[in-house]
Design a protein around this ligand. Structure first.
Ligand code: HEC
Ligand code: HEC
Ligand code: HEC
Length: 131
């Protein structure tokens, strides 16, 4: 039953297969994304940038639950200015260019949040208002 030759060949094929994305790309995942700073010139985010990079997805979920399940529409203050908790009404007020901000990272990381099926991105909003 036990055949060393097959096992080793199998293992080699397995390792080549699993590491395919690494060597196929020549160990290069392409240039790192450079999300554009807010065009409005704001200097601070709702949390430190490193924290936002790590966990903006969780924060957005917490906000959504807070607003919709707990009806907690509290204001948040960033750099002396007030924002309402929300995707369009907070994040996109500063990060008004979704393509040059959110999308640069998401395209790179191959994530496509479905939020924009319902929520309106600023560019679409501008188009609608111009009509
Ligand atoms: C099926 C439609 C739909 C999708 C998809 C969706 N939302 Fe929402 N979201 C809503 C609706 C409706 C509200 C309620 C708006 C209100 O009452 O202010 C809401 C409210 C929110 C709020 C709180 C207030 C606000 O207006 O922003 C946050 C935060 C939020 N969504 C985040 C997200 C995120 C992040 C995603 C993607 C991961 C997402 N949503 C995907 C429909 C959707
Ligand atoms: C008051 C304006 C403002 C609001 C509101 C805001 N941001 Fe930011 N955000 C900034 C600024 C300014 C930076 C850059 C901060 C720095 O470099 O220290 C930033 C940084 C970030 C980063 C890190 C970017 C990078 O280059 O690594 C992410 C991710 C992010 N924001 C997501 C969000 C999300 C998601 C929301 C809504 C929950 C949000 N921001 C709300 C102004 C804002
Ligand atoms: C610095 C890079 C970066 C920026 C800028 C950024 N994101 Fe992300 N985002 C990511 C990465 C990476 C993931 C995937 C994380 C994971 O899967 O654990 C992600 C995931 C998400 C998710 C969860 C998606 C899912 O399918 O679970 C949401 C929602 C989201 N981002 C919203 C935003 C919004 C809104 C903005 C712009 C205001 C933004 N992000 C800007 C890097 C970024």
């Amino acid at each position: 039953m036990y055949n060393k030759g097959y096992v080793i060949t199998g293992l080699v094929i397995f390792v080549l297969f699993v590491t395919f994305p690494v060597w196929f790309n020549g160990l290069d995942a392409g240039p790192l994304p450079k999300p554009e700073p807010p065009p409005g010139g704001e200097k601070q985010c709702v949390a430190p940038a490193a924290e936002m990079r790590d966990s903006h997805m969780q924060l957005l979920n917490e906000w959504r639950d807070d607003v919709l399940r707990n009806s907690n529409r509290v204001m948040i203050t960033v750099d002396g200015k007030e924002y309402r908790k929300g995707l369009q009404i907070a994040c996109m007020q500063c990060h008004s260019n979704k393509e040059k901000f959110c999308d640069t990272c998401h395209d790179y990381a191959a994530v496509s949040p479905t939020c924009w099926d319902c929520h309106i991105a600023p560019a679409e909003l501008a188009k609608k208002e111009a009509q």
